[in-house]
Each structure stands twice: as structure tokens, then as C-alpha cells.
Design a protein around this ligand. Structure first.
Ligand SMILES: Cc1cc2nc3c(=O)[nH]c(=O)nc-3n(C[C@H](O)[C@H](O)[C@H](O)COP(=O)(O)O)c2cc1C
Length: 232
């Protein structure tokens, strides 16, 4: 099946049947999430995997009692950094330099630029920025699940502060952003399964533009450019 066929097959499953997702399929979905691109490659998020029924029951109670949370096989909790700082960014960059067999200071200029750009924007902006990165990983996990014929429900409907408390994320530097129950649809009890998939019509969704359609814009081009950050 092609990616497009898989995306037509998937839907935000409302009722799951409790069947277990095999470990190799779970690993595949998690690996797709891990391979997601992120701003400056920082991957400022992680995934917590939960299949413990007692814990899932507690999570359901702070997620509008959505049944997929307890009827799934595994629940993926996406959690993002609550902000950027030298320690966190350096850890990622040092690891990258180690993996590429380059000295730690190779990308110091680039790193310092990021930190000095993000710092004045404040922690709320930073938490929002890292949360946005987690959505990219989330999207790839959804696509990978569809490819594996595993159902998944994207979920934002939960109380993050309460989930953070329950999962001991509070004070850890991470905030929960999204939930993704993985499992298998229970066709006969799912109101959405046979409904037509509806998306914004292509003509409203995609716009082609030329210079004729753009504003009269006379801003001087920015000075400097983003080159090879390992050669500064
Ligand atoms: C970020 C995000 C949050 C969502 N939160 C929920 C949710 O809490 N509960 C739910 O049942 N569906 C949730 N959805 C599913 C959407 O309603 C669904 O993806 C959308 O209506 C398109 O339908 P489809 O996924 O079946 O194609 C969410 C989707 C996204 C992308």
C-alpha cells in the first residue's frame, strides 16, 4: 500500500478492542517518531510508553474518559522540554559531535546563536516551540502506525498539568503535549469507522502564488546566511 492509501485507511479511532500490538510494530512506530526532524536537530521531546492498565485507568480519568486510553494496547505520551538552556542544548550537540567524531566546540557559534535568540523570547515561548517540535514526531508516528495497520487516535483532550503530576513530569523539565493510543479498531462499536473521510477541498487548501500575487514588498534582504555550522 502507498502512504496515501494508508492515510486514507487510518482514522481517529474512537473504539478499540483491547488487542495487543506486537512488539515489532510498536518498535517501528517509535522509531519513525524518533527519526522525525526537529528545529536544529534538538529533539526537545520524548515519548513515554504505557501499557499498565491501572495507570491507563488513571490517565483516562483526566482525559475526558476517552475509552481508547484503556482499550488501547499501548499509550504513547509525548512530552516536550519546558524551555531551552545551555545544559540541554549542549548535551544534544555534544552527543551529535561525538557521533560524528568532531570536537565538542565545533558548533559552539551555532549553539550560542540559538541560545541568544531563544533566551529573550521567554520560557513560555520556548515551551511552545519545543511542543511544536513534538507534533512533527507525533505526525510521523501516526503515519507509521497506519503503514503497520495499527490504529491510533491523536489526543489533545487531556489536562496536561494533571498528567504531568501523575507521571512525575512536574519539575522534570518536561511537559506532556499529546497522547497517542495504539491498538485495533472495534468496527461494530465505532461510530466513526464507516464515515466518509472529509478534508478541506484541494482548491481551498492549496494556493499557487507568483510575484504578481505578492505584496509590493521592498524589504532589503537580510545580511548573512545560514551556511555550514561546523565551519564557522
Ligand atoms: C492534535 C490533535 C488532537 C486531537 N485530539 C483528539 C481527542 O482528544 N480526541 C479524539 O477523539 N480525537 C482527537 N483528534 C482527532 C481529530 O478529531 C481527527 O484527526 C480529525 O477530525 C480528522 O479525522 P481523522 O483523523 O479520522 O481522519 C485530534 C487530532 C489531532 C491532530
Amino acid at each position: 500500500m502507498s502512504l496515501l492509501e494508508d492515510l486514507h485507511w487510518r482514522y481517529a479511532t474512537k473504539k478499540m478492542n483491547g488487542k495487543k500490538v506486537p512488539q515489532d510494530k510498536l518498535d517501528y512506530i517509535l522509531e519513525a517518531a524518533r527519526m522525525a526532524p526537529s528545529s536544529s536537530g534538538l529533539q526537545p521531546y520524548k515519548i513515554i510508553v504505557i501499557s499498565d492498565k491501572a495507570l491507563l485507568e488513571k490517565i483516562k480519568g483526566i482525559a475526558w474518559n476517552q475509552s481508547q486510553i484503556t482499550d488501547c494496547s499501548h499509550l504513547l505520551v509525548f512530552a516536550a522540554w519546558n524551555g531551552y538552556n545551555d545544559e540541554r542544548v549542549s548535551k544534544v550537540f555534544n552527543y551529535t559531535m561525538d557521533e560524528r567524531k568532531l570536537p565538542h566546540n565545533t558548533m559552539d557559534n551555532y549553539k550560542n546563536n540559538i541560545l541568544s535568540l531563544y533566551e529573550p523570547l521567554g520560557q513560555e515561548w520556548q515551551a511552545h516551540h519545543s511542543a511544536k517540535q513534538s507534533y512533527i514526531s507525533f505526525g510521523l508516528a501516526i503515519a507509521a502506525a497506519a503503514e503497520q495497520k495499527v490504529d491510533a487516535t491523536p489526543i489533545e483532550g487531556f489536562i496536561p498539568e494533571k498528567l504531568d503530576e501523575l507521571l512525575k513530569l512536574t519539575g522534570s523539565g518536561y511537559k506532556s503535549t499529546l497522547l497517542l493510543p495504539l491498538g485495533y479498531r472495534e468496527d461494530e462499536n465505532d461510530w466513526l469507522v464507516s464515515m466518509k473521510k472529509v478534508r478541506t477541498p484541494k482548491e481551498d487548501f492549496i494556493t499557487e502564488m507568483t510575484i504578481e500575487d505578492a505584496a509590493d514588498f521592498n524589504e532589503a534582504p537580510m545580511e548573512g546566511s545560514i551556511g555550514n555550522p561546523t565551519k564557522e
